[in-house]
Design a binder for this molecule. Structure first.
Ligand code: SF4
Ligand code: SF4
Length: 151
């Protein structure tokens, strides 16, 4: 399975809802802010890896996240309420300048008088159905602000 996101503008996707397939928890490496690494390590032991000064969640032998559990086909995050902001943000990505993919208009969003660009990873099975992304946008932007500001 590829590990690269395939971002499309939110207007193209229109809708999203997590299907709890757990694929993102299996295939991606989760970066942590220092404060997240500290909090999770204090509470759960050595669950954060330091690679050249950057922190990441450790993985199980099968390559999935250390906190991923399953009941049949349904994925569960065992630290759901405390999961890293990066996990909360996925499959969304916000930039101040458009990515070099597709038509920038499809990702454009007005926020406090300026244009920002909201993308969705089309490899997430939840992309394209579920909640209107427009209704999720303010929550996503709020998370993005926290992600950028955590030391
Ligand atoms: S890949 Fe998408 S649908 Fe599957 S668990 Fe992750 S966010 Fe949910
Ligand atoms: S912390 Fe939870 S949501 Fe994040 S990758 Fe691990 S299992 Fe998935």
């Amino acid at each position: 399975m590829g590990k690269v996101h395939n971002y499309i503008g939110w207007r193209e996707a229109e809708r999203w809802k997590c299907t709890r397939c757990g694929k993102c928890c299996e295939k991606y490496i989760v970066p942590l802010k220092f404060s997240e690494a500290l909090t999770l390590t204090r509470k759960y032991g050595p669950v954060a890896l330091n690679v050249n000064g950057k922190y990441y969640l450790t993985k199980k032998a099968d390559g999935s996240c250390i906190f991923l559990n399953r009941k049949g086909p349904i994925a569960y995050c065992s630290i759901y309420l405390e999961r890293p902001i990066c996990c909360k943000l996925y499959p969304f990505h916000i930039t101040r300048r458009p990515l070099k993919v597709g038509n920038p208009k499809s990702a454009e969003l007005k926020w406090r008088g300026e244009n920002i660009y909201l993308y969705v990873d089309s490899t997430c099975p939840g992309t394209g159905s579920g909640y209107p992304i427009r209704s999720l946008a303010s929550k996503i932007i709020q998370l993005w602000g926290r992600y950028k500001s955590i030391p």
